[in-house]
Structure formats: structure tokens, C-alpha cells
Design a protein around this ligand. Structure first.
Ligand SMILES: *Cc1c(COP(=O)(O)O)cnc(C)c1O
Length: 391
């Protein structure tokens, strides 16, 4: 008999009833250290008082109106995102896939508005992950996710990760844009070198095509800058964010320059729930926290702290760990044992980590982690390594 909840997930047999900071608790009161943060979602940790207050204050006022009326919460959050980014305009949605969907639509509409409807192809990269809708799956191009869901949506050309020649060869008269995650998340925490992002920007400018960044996982403070691409000193034309901006409340956004958004006139896109008052209240509270003086410095400090400790762990357990890589508090452990076994061993030590492609285990702790949290996490990983060595 099929499960009451559609069985599309391989779920661990554990559930959590409450959380505070970087810790979550089962109904029996067992404490776990959360270095997954719901896949980079709980950017401010669990039950952050400022986020709880923003949500509950808004909940007392109004939950939903409609995007057919003015939305002061959206205007406020958009203004703050614009003030702190390359963007001139923002559309709010509920998830990462929806943010990517609009990123794709906007890039195509841009060329359409400029009299080039034939330019609708988007170049993407092997190992990418952009979501689970029909279009975002085609953009990600991963066979295992595409299989059985009908013909792959047209207009996506995938090139190998880090192959500049193949990339240039893929650009043709139908190309509208290049879409990339500045740090690949699901693909196994693969940061794109800064010089490559700069080359992509030059290439796009040279060919009159748009540069699209998927910062759904790596954005909103995760790498120690508000947005990961700031490290490279280049900006995209359109960018999708989600995950961390909601701090646990469903919220996504598509940020764009005025130029890139020129095709998106009234009636060309919409969403019932997108940018709902509860979501934008929380999004704004997340920005309060992340943009506070010193917050991103802590992300960087803990990043260095974590990376040093992980490198030491790698040296001590060379039969378990192959490589440590990542940026900020987006760290990957490439395993020599199956990453699922590593993840399970960590879970046995009451540490939550997340699997990824390329046999990597991801560490994506809340951005509020302390020295003590990092030390404890690495101690648990050490115990996990020892347990795996005994097998
Ligand atoms: C999670 C993720 C998505 C999809 O987001 P959903 O909210 O699950 O639709 C897209 N791109 C990247 C890089 C992601 O990490």
C-alpha cells in the first residue's frame, strides 16, 4: 500500500519537534547539532527571536491579501535587496524552482523584446541543480531526475564544468544566456573560480547574452558575503535566491537589472502566494540579522575555523576523507566511503549533515554558529570517522 505521504523521499527515521540556534530536538528530547540547516535554509538558526517576532507580529495583522493590491512588505524588502545588490528590481515567489523559472522566462523575454525570439537557449553546466519543475529540471540536465517525465524541455544546452572551450563553442545565434551556480551545491560543493565568473561576464557581454546566477543555496551570507558572486567582483543580469532568505519560511526571489527585466511588463508573470506578507516580514528580518555589523565576519571566521579543523580530520582519517572544499559555511567533505554511510555515521553521533553529488557530504550550518558549535561538530565527525574505520 502506498504511503499516505507520496514516497518520493528517502527519509531518515528521525523527526524534530523544536529547535534553537544550531540545535534541534526530537519529540523524546534527544538533541542533534544541525549542520544541514534544512539544506542551507535556516540561515539564522532555529527560533531566532528576531525572526519569531517578525513572523508573529505580522501574523497578528494580516496574512494574505493578493498581488492585485499594493504590497508594502514586498516594496520594503525589494528596496533593501536592491540597496545591497546589483539589482534594480525584484520579483517574489515561494521557492527556488520558481525563482529559476522566472530567471529563465525573463532571459528569454529580454531577447524577445529586443526582436530576437530565436534567442531562447540557456547554457548550463554539468553537475548543476536548478530545481524540480519541468523547466528547471531541463536546466539542471541530470538524467536521473529527468527520466520518465516526458521529453526534456527544449532550449537548454549543457556543457562540462570548467571547460571554457566547450562553453565558447556552445554559444550560437540561439543563445539567450548562461546560467550558473557560483558555488555548485547539490553537485558536490564545487566553487566556480573567481576568474571563471569574470570570464563568463566578459563572454556574455561580448555576445550580447545575459549572465544568470543561481544563488539559491550559496546566497544570503552563506559564503561570507551577502551574495557569493561578490567575491569575483562581477554581477549577473538576473539572479535567483531562495532558501536562506526565508530563514525557514518559504520565500524565493528573482533579482534583475532594469535592462534584463525590460520584457517583463504587467501581465507577463505572477504568483498567488509569492511575496505574501508573512514571507516578506520574515525575509526582511533575515536581512536585519545578516546585514548587521559583524555578522558576515563571524561567517568568515567560523568558515576558517571549520575548514582548518576539517583539514586536520582529513589528515587523521585518510581512508575516510578524500578532500575538503567549499566557501564560507558551505563546506564539502568528499568521502572515500559512500557519502550515505558517512551521513549515517554522523547521524548516529547526533550530527545532521547533507549528502550531495560527487560522493560529497555537505556541511551547511546556520550562519550563527559559534566556536563551540564548530568544535562539537568536528568532534562528532571524528567519532563518525572512527566508527566507519571499525567497519
Ligand atoms: C534548492 C535549490 C534549488 C531549488 O529550490 P527549491 O526551493 O527546492 O525549488 C535550485 N537551485 C539551487 C542551487 C538549489 O540549491
Amino acid at each position: 500500500m502506498i504511503a499516505p505521504v507520496l514516497p518520493t523521499y528517502n527519509r531518515a527515521a528521525v523527526s524534530f519537534e523544536r529547535g534553537v540556534g544550531a540545535r534541534v530536538y526530537t519529540p523524546e528530547g534527544v538533541e542533534y547539532l544541525d549542520f544541514g540547516a534544512g539544506v542551507a535554509v535556516n540561515s539564522c538558526g532555529h527560533a531566532h527571536p528576531h525572526l519569531v517576532k517578525a513572523l508573529t507580529d505580522q501574523a497578528q495583522k494580516i496574512w494574505h491579501t493578493s498581488n492585485i493590491y499594493a504590497m508594502p512588505g514586498q516594496e520594503n524588502l525589494a528596496a533593501r535587496l536592491i540597496e545591497n545588490s546589483f539589482a534594480d528590481t525584484v520579483f517574489f515567489c515561494n521557492s527556488g524552482a520558481e525563482a529559476i523559472e522566472l530567471t529563465i522566462k525573463m532571459a528569454r523575454k529580454y531577447h524577445y523584446a529586443k526582436g530576437h525570439p530565436e534567442r531562447f537557449h540557456i547554457i548550463t553546466f554539468e553537475g548543476a541543480f536548478h530545481g524540480r519543475t519541468i523547466a528547471s529540471l531541463a536546466a539542471g540536465g541530470q538524467e536521473k531526475y529527468l527520466e520518465g517525465f516526458g521529453p526534456k524541455a527544449p532550449g537548454f544546452d549543457q556543457v562540462p564544468f570548467g571547460d571554457q572551450k566547450a562553453l565558447e563553442a556552445a554559444i550560437g545565434p540561439q543563445t539567450a544566456a548562461i546560467l550558473i551556480e557560483p558555488v555548485q551545491g547539490e553537485g558536490g560543493i564545487r566553487p566556480v573560480p573567481n576568474h571563471v565568473l569574470r570570464e563568463l561576464r566578459e563572454l556574455c557581454d561580448k555576445h550580447g547574452i545575459l549572465l544568470l546566477f543561481d544563488e539559491i543555496q550559496c546566497g544570503v551570507g552563506r559564503t561570507g558575503k551577502l551574495f557569493a558572486h561578490e567575491w569575483a567582483g562581477v554581477t549577473p543580469d538576473i539572479m535567483a535566491i531562495a532558501k536562506g532568505i526565508g530563514g525557514g519560511f518559504p520565500l524565493g526571489a528573482c533579482l534583475a537589472t532594469e535592462n534584463a527585466a525590460q520584457g517583463m511588463t504587467a501581465g507577463t508573470h505572477g504568483s498567488t502566494f509569492g511575496g505574501n506578507p508573512l514571507a516578506t516580514a520574515v525575509g526582511s528580518a533575515v536581512l536585519d540579522v545578516v546585514l548587521e555589523e559583524g555578522f558576515l565576519d563571524n561567517v568568515l571566521r567560523q568558515s576558517i575555523n571549520l575548514k582548518q579543523k576539517l583539514e586536520r580530520l582529513k589528515d587523521q582519517h585518510p581512508s575516510i576523507i578524500e578532500e575538503i572544499r567549499g566557501s564560507g559555511l558551505m563546506m564539502g567533505i568528499k568521502c572515500k566511503v559512500p557519502n550515505t554511510a558517512f551521513q549515517k555515521a554522523a547521524l548516529d553521533e547526533k550530527l545532521l549533515v547533507i549528502g550531495a553529488g560527487d560522493n560529497v557530504v555537505r556541511l551547511l550550518p546556520p550562519l550563527i554558529v559559534t566556536d563551540a558549535d564548530v568544535t562539537e561538530a568536528v568532534n562528532k565527525l571524528e567519532a563518525a570517522c572512527v566508527a566507519l574505520e571499525k567497519k
